[in-house]
Design a protein around this ligand. Structure first.
Ligand code: ZN
Length: 338
């Protein structure tokens, strides 16, 4: 093991053996916003061998205040977060085996990534995706580290299949911090603390220090300095559809919805119809026909048409900004692409 990890190897609970384990580990990070940026940087620096990073968004100016991997250059270029993150993470450590996915985290992706990982890190902003992570985690028996933050507070918990209640069991008692669609805003220290607590749990798991792991859901607020832990050992529901006696893993069998309002964003996402793929060339052509302001990057076409800013990605996924209604999104989509 080289000098690079000497300070980590000196840390007794790690040692050379722990560092070796980190170098052999594969971790999936779901989301590359504020939490995902912080988690990815910490895990890459720590020497995790292989990392899968998935995110469907691109860098915007409002991200720069807390999403530590991104720069003004990335925002100017409207770079996908996965591409911007890859550039930075490879500069930090060139030998990391990094796989990036500029895509939706759907059921198929959840199964694929769960099968190729030792651990999943939650860096999402919504319950729906966490239920999906939870189902994949229990089905393939790999743990995931829950993390959520808003305002000046956050909460963290390591879900280990078979040892704790699952996320679905817990939904009724989770702290209100998980209401992420609100307008409460967020300060970067809340992100950093949440990500740090998540990474500590990840390192404990991956280095074989399971006894040191949290047994309770931890919640903190940096502003009023409050913190508390919620014991969940008795919350497990025997008839839970994910971790109960006859699991159905409902989130893994859910069909993708055509149009969805994006959590916390003033935008609607339309997923492509597999029978009618729309390409970047199509989008450019329609843009010029409508006399719309059009900009093409290697990843997508940005159109300002019909009173809205829209982004069409290479795989046919469309983001329409400035609306919060899925039906209205569908209507605009058909107006554009027929
Ligand atoms: Zn459950």
């Amino acid at each position: 093991m080289n000098e690079r990890y000497s300070r980590q190897i000196l840390f007794k609970p790690f040692g050379r053996d722990g560092q070796q384990r980190l170098s052999e580990a594969a971790v999936t990070i779901v989301g590359c916003g504020a939490l995902g940026s912080a988690i990815a940087e910490t895990l890459v620096r720590a020497g995790i061998g292989e990392i899968h990073l998935i995110d469907r968004d691109y860098v915007e100016w409002s991200n720069l205040q807390r999403q530590q991997l991104f720069t003004e250059e990335d925002a100017k270029a409207l770079l996908p977060k996965t591409a911007a993150a890859e550039k930075r993470l490879k500069a930090i450590r060139s030998d990391v085996r990094l796989h990036t996915y500029m895509d939706n985290f759907d059921a198929a992706m959840a199964e694929k990534l769960a099968k190729s990982s030792d651990l999943i890190m939650d860096a999402t902003d919504n319950f729906e995706t966490r239920l999906l992570i939870s189902d994949a985690s229990v089905k393939y028996s790999i743990p995931w580290i829950y993390g959520a933050c808003v305002g000046s507070s956050g909460s963290v918990f390591p879900f280990i299949p078979g040892e704790s209640a699952c996320f679905r069991c817990l939904l009724p008692v989770m702290p209100a911090v998980n209401e992420t669609c609100d307008t409460a805003g967020i300060i970067a220290p809340a992100v950093q603390v949440t990500a740090a607590l998540q990474c500590a749990e990840a390192m404990k798991w991956l280095t074989g220090n399971r006894d040191a792991m949290r047994k309770k859901v931890h919640h903190f607020n940096l502003w009023d300095q409050s913190q508390f832990d919620i014991g969940i050992s008795r919350i497990r529901n025997a008839s839970c559809e994910t971790c109960g006696d006859s699991p159905a893993f409902p989130s893994l069998s859910e069909q993708k919805k055509g149009a969805a309002v994006l959590c916390g964003r003033d935008a609607v996402q339309i997923l492509p119809d597999p029978k009618r793929p729309i390409t970047l060339d199509d989008a450019e052509r329609i843009g010029s026909r409508l006399d719309a302001r059009t900009r093409r990057t290697p990843y997508f076409v940005e159109l300002t048409a019909l009173g809205h800013r829209m982004i069409l990605f290479g795989n046919g996924r469309l983001l329409i900004h400035g609306i919060r209604n899925a039906k209205e999104g569908q209507r605009l989509y058909h107006q554009l692409f027929g």
